[in-house]
Design a protein around this ligand. Structure first.
Ligand code: ZN
Length: 270
């Protein structure tokens, strides 16, 4: 609850930048290429100055470019952007600050794209979630089960596009802090990181965070492979919360893998 961030190592992608980020990353501070900020609350931002400074002043790839995407008009991020500029006014940082809105697309390599979607959390400023999609091709249904030689002949005669459909596969999605998201955004995602602040909805005062049950229902409806619950409220004693979460997972119709991300630990909930 005090510091939120997640590093997706295969994608070199950081979602949010809570306090202490660079201390946890250590020598790996140079790995992330994109930091995607979900919203302007301090527990998601205060690690940014230290993270930027570590990359610039530490012994490593000091000139490696870094792109920071953030919801347009976010006061907290713009304050940190100004702070870093004032703190190190004579230094050059290879940082690109990019204010974005829902629908923004950022290429990651040749076949992958980071896409921003609107989520429901901060009532006074824009709040975004993110997903990474990969462009893929698959055999058109009418060719399923046909002998390989037939398909090869078809490709030779008509071209690859005549037998293959293009589609987008969701590799990864992160809701940030959010009420339950639309499952259609994350259909068949390999990994969904979803807000699960509450164990029950009656403990929620304002509609700005999801319950674990709501996150499980999004994952079930979308058919995701793995659900990672995060942002569990500190009101819950962990020794009691874990069995309660496991009971929720067992009772839900979601059949994929399910984990809790809490205090830098991953705990299986099955
Ligand atoms: Zn928040």
């Amino acid at each position: 609850m005090f510091s939120n961030w997640l590093w997706h190592r295969p994608l070199d992608l950081l979602i949010d930048a809570g306090e202490g980020l660079q201390l946890m990353l250590g020598q790996k501070v140079w790995a992330p290429e994109i930091v995607a900020i979900t919203h302007g609350h301090a527990d998601h931002l205060l690690g940014l100055p230290g993270f930027i400074a570590s990359r610039r002043f530490g012994k490593g790839a000091q000139d490696k470019p870094l792109t920071i995407l953030y919801p347009e008009g976010t006061t907290g991020v713009e304050a940190i952007r100004e702070l870093t500029g004032r703190l190190w006014s004579r230094e050059t940082f290879p940082v690109t600050w990019t204010p974005i809105t829902e629908g923004h697309e950022q290429p990651i390599g040749r076949t992958r794209t980071l896409q921003a979607f609107a989520s429901r959390h901060n009532t006074s400023e824009l709040t975004l979630g993110y997903r990474v999609v990969e462009a893929r091709k698959r055999l058109k249904p009418e060719y399923a089960g046909r002998p390989e030689a037939d398909i090869r002949d078809r490709v030779r005669a008509l071209g690859r596009d005549a037998v293959m459909d293009s589609y987008q596969h969701v590799l990864f999605a992160h809701t940030g802090d959010s009420m339950p998201i639309d499952p259609d955004l994350v259909t068949k995602a390999d990994l969904l990181v979803h807000d699960a602040t509450f164990l029950t909805a009656d403990e929620r005062k304002w509609d700005i965070h999801a319950t674990a049950g709501e996150a499980l229902e999004v994952a079930r409806a979308a058919g995701v492979g793995c659900l990672l619950l995060h942002h569990l409220s500190i009101r819950y004693e962990r020794g009691e919360a874990l069995p309660a979460l496991r009971a929720l997972v067992a009772a839900s119709e979601f059949s994929g893998a399910c984990w809790l991300l809490d205090d830098n630990w991953l705990t299986s909930l099955r």
